[in-house]
Design a protein around this ligand. Structure first.
Ligand code: ASP
Length: 424
């Protein structure tokens, strides 16, 4: 979704969503159950539209992302460093999410669904880590796609994307161009669906308030507080510590050099839309060479989403808490692993994190109408949370670019606070 500051406020999506929330809450409050029944199907339709795009979006996003990395020895080294950083920062992010959701337990006793014990879904428990590992490799890729077995699909996409880079140049170009075009087509579909966000949010909120009253808001407020706290710790403690330890870089200077893209990320809720501004600031203000930034940032915008990683883990465990499940260590381990995968698979568009949370939920067998109701309620308050996690997402990318540039001998990185240079 394009962000145009020249648009009047009432035509900007986040205002529309806020208004839709208010109207939905009033509708649900005034008309109660009957109002909820009347608009409930719109919420369902919207959730189905979101789920419809998961498989093609993740598939094209990962294949085109991995393939665009390219081959060669120098690139191989950069690839290793970049992937190492992505894995480290995203794993830390998931851990922060895991810590906060267990510390605050925002979903315990929350009244979002009317579910009775009989309606609760049964949880899948992998028998061992080996079984878990075996599940990642699909026996049949088409089947994996048809059953939305995301872990298996992501594994295949990474292997496929990497194999593309070994093809002769001509064939390579053809395949990369094809998947790039398909990915952009899916992004168009996604943006089209996101335009209906206010209507979907209105219906979901009206149904939630109409059927469960304002109690759900209280539970969601605690969830929002927990997520915001986790994101704050990751952005202002974890990532700065990585900057200091891995790059000997002053976090204060890095924050100051990154202020522009941080603000853009916050207002657009899209790492993809922010990417040109991120590249500009990382090169001109932070002082990273184009060699490193052109490699680390575009891939980072697609696969390295720390804010989303915090959210996937925390959000999925919140849902399990709401449904009254006490997850075993093994099930929490599955959540950690799939949250990492989901943050890699999430597209860099608004609300993409909420679309891929089904990956995590499905991995532990959490499906069904109750889950949809809870995800729907989370969607209703997702916009401000999405703004924050997008800022965390791009901040982690810029930290990675700075740290890797330092390790490649670029001594000018973050030596001083520089001002953004006007375009041109
Ligand atoms: N909006 C986020 C981004 O573009 C993804 C998400 O929804 O978590 O980075």
């Amino acid at each position: 979704m394009r962000h145009d500051p020249a648009l009047p406020w009432y035509r900007q999506l986040h205002w529309q969503v806020l208004i839709a929330m208010g109207l939905g809450a009033c509708t649900g409050f005034v008309f109660g159950e009957s109002g909820a029944e009347l608009v409930g199907w719109i919420g369902d339709l919207f959730m189905k539209l979101l789920r419809m795009i998961i498989v093609p979006l993740v598939l094209t996003s990962i294949i085109s992302g991995v393939a665009s990395v390219g081959g060669g020895r120098a690139l191989g080294r950069l690839f290793g460093k970049t992937l190492g950083y992505y894995m480290l920062s995203s794993s830390l992010a998931v851990m922060v999410g895991l810590f906060f959701v267990n510390l605050i337990s925002p979903g315990v006793g929350a009244n979002i669904t009317e579910a009775t014990a009989a309606e609760l879904p049964a949880l899948d428990t992998p028998t061992s880590p080996v079984a878990l590992l075996l599940n990642i490799v699909p026996e049949n890729v088409i089947e994996a796609a048809a059953t939305a077995d995301m872990l298996a699909l992501i594994f295949f996409c990474i292997v496929f994307g990497a194999a593309i880079t070994t093809l002769p140049e001509r064939s390579q170009r053809v395949v990369i161009d094809l998947f790039d075009a398909l990915f952009h087509t899916m992004m168009k579909v996604t943006s089209g669906i996101i335009k209906f966000l206010p209507i979907g949010v209105f219906a979901l909120i009206a149904r939630m308030v109409g059927t469960t009253g304002f109690d759900a808001f209280r539970s969601l407020a605690l969830y929002a507080f927990t997520l915001t706290s986790a994101l704050t710790i990751h952005m202002f403690i974890t990532l700065p510590v990585l900057l200091i330890i891995l790059g000997r870089i002053s976090p204060r200077i890095h924050f100051a050099n990154m202020r522009e893209p941080l603000l853009i990320a916050f207002s657009t809720s899209s790492s993809g839309a922010t990417l040109p501004v991120t590249i500009n600031s990382v090169e001109k203000n932070v002082g990273v060479s184009n060699k490193v930034s052109s490699f680390v940032l575009p891939m980072g915008a697609t696969v390295n989403m720390d804010g989303t990683a915090v959210f996937e883990c925390l959000g999925a465990l919140f849902i399990a808490q709401v449904l009254g499940f006490d997850l075993t260590i093994m099930q929490q381990a599955v959540v950690v692993l799939t949250a990492l995968m989901a943050s890699i698979g999430a597209a860099s568009v608004p609300s993409a994190g909420l679309v891929v949370i089904f990956i995590v939920l499905e991995a532990i067998g959490l499906t069904g109408p109750d889950v949809n109701v809870i995800v729907g309620s989370m969607l209703a308050i997702d916009r401000p949370l999405d703004m924050y996690r997008t800022a965390v997402n791009i901040f982690s990318d810029s930290c990675g670019a700075a740290v890797i540039a330092r390790s490649e001998g670029e001594t000018d990185v973050d030596m001083e606070i520089r001002s953004a240079v006007a375009a041109g």
